[in-house]
Ligand binder design. Structure first.
Ligand SMILES: Nc1ncnc2c1ncn2[C@@H]1O[C@H](COP(=O)(O)OP(=O)(O)OP(=O)(O)O)[C@@H](O)[C@H]1O
Ligand SMILES: [Mg+2]
Length: 700
């Protein structure tokens, strides 16, 4: 930025907004200077923001310079120091500021250097010489223009000569200038070009590029990746350019951004175009400008500043417009995205509500952010949990499996799946699946109680089937020796020499042996189930069950009272019906610990529900009876009051078998002291009906 002091002395441009822009920029500059004096700009990530910030910081940096050389030195030092990576490594190995200078105006020592390079002995006083104004770089000797070996001053004697320095020629051309007009500046063309020219010279890949000199000793040795030059014309027709030899790749897009920075550089150099160029120039430089009137110089400077500021303004306006358009577009996009996110959110929560799982979400601070309806009923108990910390709400859960698994999901980002039991009143098993996300975790609770019970049932059924098989094979194995013993006893019994007492013992042994045979054949029949329904005589089945339980009945002191017709036939699976009756009789014996009576009644009847003909078997005992709570659950799998001696599967399986036969199983029970006991009624249709059996009970 132009030093404020100088500007305030200049007359105001009529009808221009320059002064207010300058005023505003000055305030901003002061704020910015206080705000980020250490700001770094990395060429690898240089964007519009960096362009504006860097341009502004650069103008502040060059304020109050004493000479053009001083301003240029500050600019190159700033660019060398501040264009750097986040770790402070400089982006550019070397930054240089060149300016064309009339031979006549060269300081003595540069004039000497220039003379040595000249082809002709008597150069024109206005011969332009490309002069190194300031330099800053990674090596100490690159930080003083006086130590430059070959680039301190290069006289631009002819177009051919300039062409021999391809980088200079390309620099001039890429800046939108004719080499000719640089050599012989025409005031008319200058004014016009000055207002439009702020192009950049850019070689993205410097390695091996013919435009860049000193490939081996400089480009290769210092890892130069890209070269960027930017500058323009001064009102005197002189050219200025800053050249960055960058170790990081400068893209075309980044290079373009330096057009605007070039304007800032120009504003910094402008106050000195007719004043002190080099530090060594005297304060009131005498010479060829003496004849020029101060007013004309001021006018020229003001015109140039105005033009540059207008260019800067329009560049910044373009940027502002571009950014506004982008902002507008991204705003629209954001609105659309927000709407879509909202829709998705609504869809997601509808889905989470519709799922049969309980779902809740926790943020990274373990606070609830969402609970679906099921989760609310499961854990919230009517309280609003949103925003509350899960471990503060449920301190007893700290250290449990939930705590361990949720932490795994939250802190280690793992998907976790585990099963946990919720004690009464829930009395359910849940499979919990917790997923980590950027926001925290999502936990899904799936009720697996039924599945676990089914799995358990399956295991038990398999065990029972295996036990049944074993029993059947044992019975089969026992049968053969039994037959042999029976035959032998028969032979022994027929021996005339035996005493009457021995004969009675043999007869007793034969009786007991007959019972053993009956038991083994019953066991075999239990196992051998037919695959086809056949006629089953329920009287015979009842007899066989009683025979099986005779030992236990006698032992428990239970008297059996039978009421059987001669036969009662239904169509069904004999093995399965026997299994049902055996369980009913077994349960009755279990309930009659103190002895008592067991009534077993078989009769032809019509179904009370639909009048179908069939047979009813009533199994009644004078045992303990059941409470209402027990009776309500006896058909559930695994429900037992017998501890480890009962599996709780008997009635559950029985009901299933009865249903299969289209029958019905009902009960009445009483715990009353005066009249305790249980009556199970099994109705089996004569022909297996399709209707499912129902279970119910009455209580007295
Ligand atoms: N006649 C009965 N008198 C009293 N309680 C009974 C009677 N029959 C069944 N129960 C009750 O019903 C429960 C369930 O009976 P179920 O036959 O299903 O299983 P279980 O007899 O306990 O075990 P198992 O699988 O060995 O049969 C019993 O534990 C008992 O509490
Ligand atoms: Mg039982």
């Amino acid at each position: 930025m132009v030093p404020p002091k100088n500007l305030s002395e200049l007359p105001k441009a009529p009808g221009s907004c320059v002064s207010s822009l300058v005023q505003e920029s000055r305030e901003n500059a002061m704020v910015e200077a206080a705000h980020d004096p250490q700001g770094r700009y990395d060429l690898a990530e240089f964007g519009l923001k960096e362009m504006i910030e860097c341009g502004r910081a650069l103008r502040i940096e060059s304020q109050n310079s004493a000479t053009m050389e001083d301003a240029a030195r500050r600019i190159v030092s700033f660019l060398h120091g501040k264009l750097s990576s986040a770790y402070g490594q400089t982006n550019c190995a070397l930054v240089r500021c060149f300016k064309t200078h009339r031979f006549f105006d060269l300081p003595v020592e540069l004039e000497k250097v220039a003379r040595k390079a000249l082809l002709q002995n008597d150069p024109s006083p206005s011969l332009p010489c490309l002069t190194l104004l300031a330099t800053a770089g990674d090596r100490p000797e690159w930080n003083d223009r006086r130590t430059s070996q070959g680039h301190a001053v290069i006289p631009l004697e002819s177009v051919e000569l300039v062409e021999r320095a391809p980088m200079i020629a390309a620099l001039i051309r890429q800046m939108g200038l004719e080499i000719e007009s640089t050599l012989y500046p025409d005031p008319q063309i200058i004014l016009d070009s000055e207002q439009h020219t702020f192009n950049v010279f850019h070689v993205e890949n410097a390695n091996g590029d013919p435009l860049i000199p000193a490939q081996k000793g400089f480009v290769g040795a210092y890892g130069i990746s890209s070269v960027l030059g930017f500058g323009g014309l001064l009102p005197s027709g002189e050219l200025f350019a800053i050249i960055l030899f960058s170790k990081v790749r400068i893209t075309r897009e980044t290079a373009e951004l330096f057009r605007t920075i070039a304007l800032g550089v120009k504003l910094a150099l402008l106050p000195f175009t007719r004043g002190r160029i080099f530090d060594d120039d005297p304060i009131n430089r005498p010479g060829r400008h003496l004849e020029e009137n101060l007013k004309t110089i001021q006018d020229e400077q003001l015109r140039s500043e105005t033009a540059t500021l207008q260019l800067l303004l329009s560049a910044l306006e373009d940027t502002a417009l571009y950014q506004t358009r982008r902002l507008h577009l991204s705003n629209q996009k954001l609105v659309l995205q927000a709407e879509s996110v909202q829709r998705q959110g609504a869809r997601l929560s509808a889905m989470l509500e519709a799922t049969s799982d309980a779902v809740f979400l926790l943020d990274r601070e373990w606070r609830f952010t969402f609970l679906n309806h099921y989760a609310q009923t499961l854990i919230a108990n009517g309280v609003d949990l949103i925003g509350q910390n899960v471990w503060e709400l449920f301190p007893h859960a700290v250290g449990t499996n939930f705590w361990v698994e949720y932490r795994k999901a939250m802190l280690e980002g793992q998907d976790v799946k585990f099963q946990e039991y919720y004690p009464p009143p829930l009395d359910r098993w849940f499979e919990v699946h917790a997923f980590p996300s950027d926001d925290g975790i999502a936990a899904f609770f799936h009720d697996v109680t039924d599945r676990r019970r089914q799995e358990e049932t399956l295991r038990q059924t398999e065990k029972l089937a295996a036990a049944g098989k074993l029993a059947a094979s044992l019975a089969h194995e026992i049968n053969n020796p039994l037959e042999a013993i029976t035959n032998l006893l028969y032979l022994v019994g027929g021996d005339e020499r035996l005493s009457a007492e021995t004969k009675s013992f043999v007869a007793l042994a034969e009786g007991e042996l007959k019972r053993v045979s009956e038991i083994t054949s019953q066991m075999l029949r239990f196992h051998r189930q037919s695959t086809f329904a056949s006629e089953v005589n329920l009287v015979a089945v009842c007899e066989s069950v009683l025979a099986l339980y005779k030992g236990r009945l006698d032992q428990a002191n239970v008297k059996v009272i039978k009421a059987f017709p001669s036969s009662a036939v239904v169509t069904g699976y004999e093995g399965e019906i026997r299994q049902v009756l055996a369980n009913l009789v077994g349960n009755a014996i279990d309930a009659s610990r103190l002895g008592g009576s067991l009534w077993l009644k078989v009769r032809y009847r019509k179904s009370l529900q639909d009048g179908r003909p069939g047979v009813t078997v009533t199994v009644a005992d004078s045992g303990s009876g059941m409470s209402k709570a027990v009776a309500a659950r006896i058909f559930e799998p695994f429900f037992t009051t017998k501890g480890i001696t009962g599996s709780g599967l008997g009635l559950w399986i029985s009901l299933d078998l009865v249903k299969k036969h289209g029958g019905r199983l009902s009960l009445r029970t009483s715990e009353l002291f005066s009249r305790h006991g249980t009556v199970f009624s099994l109705f089996l249709p004569a022909d297996m009906g399709r209707e499912a059996a129902r279970s119910d009970f009455e209580r007295e």
